[in-house]
Design a binder for this molecule. Sequence first.
Ligand code: AMP
Length: 284
Amino acid sequence: MYIFKKIAHLQAHLNSKRKEGKQIGFVPTMGALHLGHLSLLKIAQKQNNYTVASIFVNPTQFGDANDLELYPRPIENDILKLQNQQCDVLFLPEASEVYPDNHQPCRIDLNGLDQSMEGAFRPGHFEGVVEVVKRLLDIVQPDHLIMGQKDYQQFAIIKHLINTLDLPVQLVMGPIVREPDGLAMSSRNIRLSEQGRRRATKISKALMNAQKEAKSLDLQQVKNNAIQFMKSEHLDINYFEIVDGNTLEKLDSFAQAAIVTACTTVQIDGVRLLDNIILKNEES
Ligand code: AMP
């Protein structure tokens, strides 16, 4: 696997690969890699014959300096995982490379997509995400960009970015990879205490139950039952919303949208745990 820290070196390499006819699949990450990240790489490899992963803990998307500082950075291990997965290139830049002095942040109207759910709890977070993804896309210029359903709102916002600017890249959603007990894999899970880790399994239980109930109950009942269950398990819920999977607007009934997704974030041991489930999808 090639490891590049400098944009110029990465781009010279990728240009030569493009001339060989390679199609490039790109998986941006913040490292502390787990099977969720690696599943995205597998999708990239199925659809392309050259794969690039990036590891960059983007400071502009962290409102909380403590969260940025505590973010795990096991880089040697990450490199081994990518090598074992036959990733072709790792882009591993410093912040000064991604954001040089003359850097102009990408600002587009997000149509309110960034205001609800995560956006309401992390002001400025999605502006940072849009800024870094746009910058990385300009640098790597991939054919496919693979991102996880795990960060559902982030995915919707990047879809909006690509459509608004008509960027020449195909966005692909990778399904959520879960631990055997249902907890969505996350780089932050290692910060949970033993007891917190056990309680965290109730998040996916609530979502999977909501998926079952969505077949027979109305939206409000499904939502109330999920919230009641999570409260009975003493979970500190930041939000639990059932939204239009495209616009992220709150819904009153399942019939209102072609894609309906339940999104939640729960706080345990000071760690924000995001999860979601698609309750209905009439677009696929
Ligand atoms: P992060 O390193 O947290 O920025 O995540 C990098 C990418 O991996 C994002 O597109 C995430 O949505 C995706 N991702 C994170 N956790 C999972 C998971 N459990 N399953 C699948 N994809 C994931």
